[in-house]
Design a protein around this ligand. Structure first.
Ligand code: AMP
Length: 412
């Protein structure tokens, strides 16, 4: 029997899951449950032999979905001699409570609940997922891996807002940053790719997907990032505005009568690439439309790349220069047009694009895309689930070695 780590990412209506072999770090399978709790709920499991979709899940909650997934995986696990030895949960907001991943106990869950006001949409759904998984897999260690934890190394000068101090002291108003697992993974992978110790590199990592953020990494740790108290700050994103003048809120409220919730909703869901283009939040669609002469799509791409380049250059301040720029996420890994525009803006820092390398480095390929070696720009495909699997395995083993003993593992 070999052991596997189950990685879970539970949203309010979705559950993403994956099984990892903790020794080889290979992903054995993955899948997605969508529209959980609605009449159209479905689960798709991607086996190496092909996908299988399960429907007729009407009324099933997170626990029911997880029970169905484990039931479905049962035969596959028996055939492949695999048992689940630990579960790693993606948890969004750990605030100042969590500077690293944590074994989930009642105290841990209470602390995650205390962080919920900072992520009212995400943390409660994450907690519901943990409780459902603990009910279905009660005998294996569960580990929480936080989006925010990686950035807890930021110094005050980077994380404090210039607002009344009691907002920070009493209400936790500070910059936390997100996408930590991705920034952690790609920074390590980039250093490996370059054959240099991470600690010796002044690195900016650009996670560019539907949500986008940058991290400045010095001496191997995050020293600044573009997201803040919430994932709304910083770069232009698919549907999120990123940075703006906070005065806009009062102005829009005064002019339209809209309340804070409705304006916040517009800033999260109707802004960014979608708001500018009035066409789509999807980079592929916008690139195709811009190539066909759609002016607003072209403008959206220009604003996206301009803000991105400006913010990357700003991170040269906490780093004292930039040795390495890493592109990752759906856009960073695939949109060679975005990368070329950004590096063009940043030519003054010494980045010299290699157009051929840039054009061919797509769809899961990684590698350098500049002729310049210092600074160098790299594409590094991210693997957030692998970080979660690694941490779950590591913490499960230190917490209770018995439970990672294959003889004592629990078959689903
Ligand atoms: P993610 O949230 O990391 O899955 O990234 C989603 C974003 O990546 C969307 O804006 C997609 O349009 C973009 N993306 C994915 N593939 C490509 C591609 N081949 N070219 C340009 N953008 C892409």
């Amino acid at each position: 029997m070999s052991s596997a780590v189950l990685v879970l990412n539970c949203g309010s209506s979705s559950v993403k899951f994956a099984l990892y072999d903790p020794e080889s770090q290979e992903r054995l399978l993955n899948g997605l449950a969508e529209r959980v709790g609605t009449p159209n709920a479905s689960i798709t499991i991607k086996y190496a032999s092909g996908p299988r979709t399960i429907e007729d899940l009407a009324g099933t909650d997170h626990k029911g979905v997880l029970a169905t997934v484990l039931d479905e995986l049962g035969d596959w696990m028996t055939e492949n001699g695999v048992t689940i030895s630990s579960v790693g949960h993606r948890l969004v907001h750990g605030a100042e409570e969590f500077a690293e991943s944590a074994l989930i106990t009642e105290e841990t869950l209470d602390a995650v609940r205390r962080c919920s006001p900072l992520a009212p949409l995400h943390n409660p759904a994450n907690i519901a997922g943990v409780e459902a998984a603990q009910a279905v897999l009660p005998d294996v260690p569960h580990v929480g891996v936080f989006d925010t934890a990686f950035h807890q190394t930021m110094p005050q000068v980077a994380y404090r807002y210039a607002v009344p101090t009691e907002w920070y002291a009493d209400l936790g108003v500070r910059r936390y940053g997100f996408h930590g697992t991705s920034h952690l993974y790609v920074s390590g992978a980039a250093a490996d790719m370059l054959g240099k110790p991470l600690e010796d590199l002044k690195m900016v990592t650009a996670h560019l997907g539907n949500g986008s953020s940058l991290a400045a990494i010095r001496d191997g740790v995050s020293v600044d990032t573009s997201m803040g108290l919430t994932p709304l700050e910083g770069l232009v994103m698919g549907t999120r505005s990123g940075d703006l003048d906070p005065g806009i809120l009062a102005y829009i409220a005064g002019r339209t009568g809209a309340d804070v919730d409705s304006i916040t909703n517009d800033l999260n869901k109707r802004s960014g690439l979608l708001g500018l283009s009035e066409l789509s939040n999807d980079m592929r669609e916008l690139e195709a439309a811009a190539a066909d002469g759609h002016e607003q799509a072209a403008l959206a791409l220009e604003v996206f790349t301009y803000r991105l380049a400006k913010y990357i250059a700003a991170l040269a301040v906490p780093l004292g220069g930039i040795d390495v720029l890493v592109f990752t996420g759906g856009i960073g890994e695939n949109s060679h047009g975005t990368r070329a525009k950004v590096l063009d803006h940043l030519a003054f820092l010494g980045f010299e694009l290699d157009p051929e390398a840039n054009d061919r480095t797509i769809r899961g390929q990684g590698g350098p895309i500049t002729r310049s070696e210092r600074p160098v720009a790299l594409v590094v495909p991210t693997d957030e689930e692998l970080v979660i699997a690694r941490d779950a395995h590591r913490l499960a083993a230190t917490a209770n070695p018995d439970q990672t003993n294959p003889d004592k593992e629990v078959s689903a």
